[in-house]
Write a protein that binds this ligand. Structure first.
Ligand code: NAD
Length: 484
């Protein structure tokens, strides 16, 4: 049976306590995960601290960049292993994992290494009161030991999105992957050793949140900053832990994102775009669309077209040809999503399609499948319109004016992303300016340039990562003022 061990100081560390890692497609046991206790977390933080004072801390940027490029190259060399591990842990379709998850996992190291290598620093000359001159210039130092707490929906992609820039800036990290998806973070330990990243620079501790590795890590006084992606409620707990010692946090949290489709949109492209944004990764994408607002004149046609697309998504295991949708991550999460499916009906929704569990054959019947689901007819106060479900479902409501569409999109506690579909250029700019989100896509969704700012407004996050914005979190900026 496969063993997923902690990775501390360049070595794989077993513990006396293990838990099962299960496959979402059929609930079979994939292996045993070694849960880190307070002692292992402490050892990981200490090894990260020691590495800061060693070879890594003294390394030139040029060498660091070379090493991070080597990490990316090694991930690409072992692409099939990473792909298999990610598909087993998440059950996501091959097309998605092979085109998005693993390539982005590698790219995150190269892109941020290059940004750190190329970004200039500011300098200002000034006159001094005695008639002389002074020169100010800025120096960036690593923040220190970074605690990286990750979710399960895009495990390698979202973890390296933080580890890439953190290491590029010269920090060391202790990663706490999700208990649901331990594989690729563990595999990355082998990659780090293979390319010669010094021991202690990259550490992994496995376990859960409260009373386990997540809490031990975020409460550890030796952690200088915490970057977290996950639920807003978890963010609140981590923020409280980080308050001790006033440690900085960078948070990418939940969403309840709106899609707005105007009658002047390219209809087919809008339908295809909303299909992706609502159902991709079985709806387990923070940027996903769970609220769709469609201009009234095309409402019925749009609902019918989206229904057809949802019903055409074939459920199945990752490698099967033609599979359009995988399972949810766990039985527990499936229970949560199905409880929202029931709630929608109780609240009076018209179920356009789905609402239940697809019939799966053989071992797959044990998997965490749900049907892609579309509702109409609910008031905006309904739970499935207010709360993040994180499943393959959306509610569609009609609107009459641009102002109304913007107001509906903004009427949420969250503020992560919006996708807007229109061919009217002026309208696109007007809407983009008024939606209260961190990311606004026009005639597209999940189109990502890693140099751009990424993050959420309102309850969807704190701070921005991506491009030079990542440097703001992962470094301390020091101004040096020299009297000439
Ligand atoms: P989660 O908050 O349940 O767990 C995320 C991580 O936090 C896990 O590793 C977990 O073990 C850990 N954790 C839980 N409680 C903790 C605690 N008290 N202290 C320390 N660590 C703790 O989230 P999830 O279910 O893994 O992921 C889904 C959520 O993530 C959704 O809300 C989704 O919107 C959000 N998400 C956001 C983004 C973004 O970029 N904004 C991206 C992906 C996912």
């Amino acid at each position: 049976m496969k063993q997923y061990m902690n990775f501390i100081g360049g070595e794989f560390v077993a513990t006396g306590k293990t838990f099962e890692n299960r496959a979402p497609v059929d609930n079979r046991v994939l292996g045993q995960v070694h849960e880190a206790g307070a002692e292992e977390v402490d050892a990981a933080v200490r090894s990260a601290r020691a590495a800061l004072g060693g070879e890594w801390g003294r390394m030139t940027v040029t060498r660091r960049v070379e090493l991070l490029h080597a990490v990316a190259d090694e991930i690409n060399r072992r692409f099939d292993e990473f792909l298999a591990a990610e598909m087993a842990d998440t059950g996501k379709p091959h097309a998605l994992a092979s085109h998005v998850d693993i390539p982005r996992g590698a790219a995150n190291f190269k892109v941020f290494a290059d940004i750190v290598k190329n970004v200039p620093s500011e300098s200002f000359e000034m006159a001094t009161p005695d008639g002389g001159q002074a020169l100010n210039y800025a120096v960036r130092s690593p923040l220190g030991v970074i605690g990286v707490v990750c979710p399960w929906n895009l495990p390698l992609l979202l973890m390296t999105w933080k580890v890439g820039p953190a290491l590029a800036c010269g920090n060391t990290v202790v990663v706490k992957p999700s208990e649901e998806t331990p594989a690729t973070a563990t595999l990355l330990g082998e990659v780090m050793n293979a390319v010669g990243i010094p021991p202690g620079v990259y550490n992994v501790v496995h376990g859960f949140g409260p009373g386990s590795a997540g809490e031990f890590l975020t409460r550890h006084p030796g952690v200088d900053g915490i970057t977290f992606t996950g639920e807003t409620r978890t963010g609140e707990a981590i923020m409280a832990a980080a308050a001790k010692g006033v440690r900085p946090v960078s948070f990418e949290l939940g969403g309840k994102n709106a899609g707005i489709v105007f009658a002047d949109a390219d209809f087919e492209k809008a339908v295809a775009g909303i299909t992706r944004s609502a159902f991709e990764n079985c709806g387990q994408v923070c940027l996903g669309t769970e609220r769709v607002y469609v201009e009234r004149s095309i409402f019925d046609r749009f609902v019918a077209a989206l229904k057809a697309k949802a019903e055409a998504l074939k459920p199945g295991p990752s490698e099967e040809t033609g599979v359009g949708i995988g399972p949810l991550i766990s039985q527990e999460h499936r229970q949560k999503v199905l409880s929202y499916y029931e709630r929608a009906v109780r609240d009076g929704a018209t179920v356009v399609t789905g609402g239940g569990v697809p019939a799966m054959k053989g071992a797959l019947a044990e998997g965490h499948w749900v049907q892609p689901t579309i509702w109409t007819g609910l008031p905006e106060s309904a739970a499935v319109i207010r709360e993040e479900i994180f499943g393959p479902c959306c509610h569609i409501a009609p609107f009459d004016t641009e102002e109304e569409a913007i107001a509906l999109a903004n009427a949420t506690d969250y503020g992560l992303a919006t996708t807007v579909w229109t061919q009217n250029l002026g309208r696109a700019h007007r809407v983009a300016k008024q939606v209260q989100v961190g990311i606004c896509w026009i005639n597209s969704w999940f189109l990502r340039d890693l140099r751009t700012a990424f993050g959420g407004a309102k309850a969807s996050g704190i701070g921005r990562e991506g491009g030079v914005h990542s440097l703001e979190f992962y470094t301390e900026l020091r101004n040096v003022c020299i009297k000439l």
